[in-house]
Ligand binder design. Structure first.
Ligand code: UDX
Length: 461
C-alpha cells in the first residue's frame, strides 16, 4: 500500500469507469455497494451516450462529463472498432487529465472532499493523476481473473505472442487451444493496440493502494491464487445487486446507467406470458458486430429450434435481420434493440442464454443460475466460453464453421442441448451450485463482502 495519507470518516470516493457499457456496469454496481456502506460515491461518466440523463441511480451521484473531443471520437466512429482507435484513447486520457482536477476541486470547495479514485484497470495512467491530486488509487479489473492471468503472463514475458502453438498450458487452467485464448493474442493485425492496452494494466499495479477483481474466490480459486502470488489483489465480485440474486424480490430495477434505451415494458410483459424455462434469451453485448450471414444463421437456427426467444439486436445491427423473419416468427419471438438484461435473466421464463460471453453477461448468468449457449466473438469472450463449458460446466459452446460462421443447424443443436434432455439437466444442476456460491460471496460474511468491508473500514480510519 503506497500512500501515507489518512482519510477521515464521511469518505467521498470518485469512480472512473472506462466509458463502455461492459465497464460502466461493474463500476456502478461496485460504487453502489460502497455507497450502501455509508460512503459518498460520485461516478464520472465520460460519454454522451446515456439514453436518459435524468435516470434514477439511487445512492450513487453520477456526473456526466460531456467533452467535445470524446463526443467526436465516440459518436463519429459508431461502426468502427473503437477499442482499436488510438485517437479515442488519447482523447480519453487528455479529457480525464483535464477534467478530473476540476471535479476534485469542485467537491473540495463544496465540503465533500474526495479521498480516493477507483479507476478501471484499462486506464492505468489514472493512478498518476490520482496521486498528483493527493488521492488514494484503487484499480478495478472488470474482466475474469483467468483472462487477466493470461495478459499478465504475456506482460511478464512468460507467454510469447502472437501465439502460434496448437495449445498452451498455463498454471491452474485447462489446456487452452488458440480458439480459447483472448483474440488479441493471435489476431494482432485486427487489434493493433488492444493487446498492449490489456498488458498495460500491470505496469503500475504495484503502486496502486488497492487492486480489485470482479470475481469471487470459489469461482476462480486457482487463478486468484496465481495472481495473488504476483500482486496483492482483492476479489469483490460478482458485482450483481443482491436484489437480483434474491429472485423473490419483485421490484429489482435499480441497475442504472444504460447507454442504450431498453425496451423494458415489452420485454417483461412478453416474458410474463411465457411458461417457466421456455425462452431462449439471445444477446451479444454492447460492442460486438456480427456479419450479416451470421445474423441470418442465428435467425434460422432460432426458428428451427422451435423454442420461444427474446433476441437483442442493437439498432446498428437491425437491418441485417432477414426481412421475412419477424413476420414469420411473431408468435414465437420478440426482437428488441436493448433490454434490461438482469431483469430478463432473473425472469423464470428464461431457460437459457445464448451469449457472446462478455464477462458481465457470464457473471450475470452464473449469478442468476441461467444455462448458457456460448457463442464468443472476440477479446476475452473466447476464454470465458472455455471456462463456461469446461471448468464451471454451465453451458455448451457452438462450433464455428466455414468462414467463421456458426451454422443454423449447430445453433439449433446447441439450443436444444441447453434446453432439453440429459445435458440440460446436468448444466442446470451446476448452474444452481454456482448461483448459490455467487450469492454466498456477496452475502453477509461472504469473502467478497468481507473484502469490501475491509476497504471501507480502511478508508474511514
Ligand atoms: C465488453 C466486452 O465485450 C467484454 O468481453 C468485456 O469483458 C467487457 O467489455 P460487452 O460486449 O458489452 O462488454 O459485454 P458484457 O461484458 O457482457 O457487458 C454487457 C452489459 O450490458 C451487461 O452488464 C448486460 O447486463 C448489459 N446489457 C446487455 C443490457 O443491459 N441489455 C442488453 O440488451 C444487453
Amino acid at each position: 500500500m503506497g500512500s501515507q495519507q489518512r482519510v477521515a470518516a464521511g469518505t467521498h470516493i470518485l469512480a472512473l469507469p472506462m466509458p463502455f457499457q461492459g465497464h460502466i456496469n461493474p463500476m456502478l454496481q461496485f460504487s453502489k455497494r460502497l455507497a450502501s456502506k455509508g460512503l459518498k460515491v460520485t461516478l464520472l461518466n465520460f460519454t454522451d451516450k446515456q439514453w436518459s440523463k435524468s435516470a434514477e441511480h439511487g445512492s450513487v451521484n453520477i456526473e456526466l462529463i460531456f467533452d467535445d473531443t470524446l463526443f467526436s471520437a465516440v459518436s463519429g466512429q459508431e461502426d468502427d472498432d473503437i477499442m482499436s482507435g488510438y485517437a479515442y484513447l488519447k482523447n480519453l486520457y487528455a479529457a480525464v487529465k483535464r477534467r478530473l482536477p476540476e471535479v476534485v476541486a469542485k467537491h473540495g470547495e463544496s465540503g465533500y472532499p474526495i479521498s480516493c479514485l477507483v479507476y478501471d484497470s484499462l486506464m492505468p495512467w489514472a493512478l498518476d493523476i490520482a496521486k498528483q491530486l493527493g488521492l488514494f488509487g484503487a484499480v478495478l479489473f472488470t474482466q475474469s481473473c483467468a483472462v487477466n492471468q493470461i495478459y499478465c503472463e504475456v506482460y511478464q514475458g512468460k507467454l510469447k505472442v502472437p501465439v502460434e502453438k496448437a495449445h498452451v498450458e498455463l498454471e491452474g487452467m485447462p489446456p487452452l487451444e488458440i480458439s480459447d485464448l483472448p483474440t488479441f493474442l493471435y489476431d494482432l493485425e485486427n487489434y493493433p493496440i488492444s493487446l498492449s492496452l490489456s498488458t498495460s494494466q500491470f505496469f503500475n499495479i504495484e503502486e496502486a493502494d488497492w487492486v480489485f477483481f470482479n470475481t469471487f474466490n470459489s469461482l476462480e480459486d486457482e487463478g486468484l491464487k496465481w495472481m495473488g502470488r504476483q500482486y496483492s489483489i482483492t476479489p469483490i465480485g460478482p458485482t450483481i445487486p443482491s436484489t437480483y440474486m434474491d429472485k423473490r424480490v419483485k421490484d429489482n430495477k435499480d441497475y442504472g446507467l444504460s447507454l442504450f434505451k431498453p425496451d423494458t415494458e415489452s420485454c417483461m410483459d412478453w416474458l410474463d406470458s411465457r411458461e417457466t424455462c421456455s425462452v431462449v434469451y439471445v444477446s451479444f453485448g454492447s460492442l460486438s458486430t456480427l456479419k450479416e450471414k451470421q445474423i441470418e444463421e442465428i435467425a434460422c437456427g432460432l426458428k428451427r429450434s422451435n423454442h420461444y426467444f427474446l433476441w437483442v439486436v442493437r439498432e446498428i445491427e437491425k437491418e441485417k435481420i432477414p426481412s421475412s423473419f419477424l413476420d414469420e416468427t411473431s408468435e414465437k419471438g420478440l426482437v428488441v434493440t436493448w433490454c434490461p438484461q438482469l431483469q430478463v435473466l432473473a425472469h423464470k421464463a428464461v431457460g437459457c442464454f445464448m451469449t457472446h460471453c462478455g464477462w458481465n453477461s457470464t457473471l450475470e448468468a452464473m449469478s442468476l443460475g441461467v444455462p448458457m449457449v456460448a457463442m464468443p466473438q472476440w477479446a476475452d469472450q473466447t476464454t470465458n466460453a472455455k471456462f463456461v463449458t469446461d471448468v464451471w460446466r454451465v453451458g455448451v459452446r457452438v462450433k464455428v464453421g466455414e468462414e467463421g460462421i456458426v451454422a443454423k443447424e449447430e445453433i439449433d443443436l446447441r439450443i436444444r442441448e441447453a434446453m432439453e434432455g440429459e445435458t440440460a439437466i446436468e448444466i442446470r444442476k451446476n448452474c444452481q451450485k454456482w448461483e448459490k456460491l455467487a450469492k454466498e460471496a456477496v452475502d453477509e460474511g461472504g469473502n467478497s463482502e468481507k473484502n469490501i468491508e475491509k476497504f471501507v473500514a480502511k478508508l474511514a480510519t
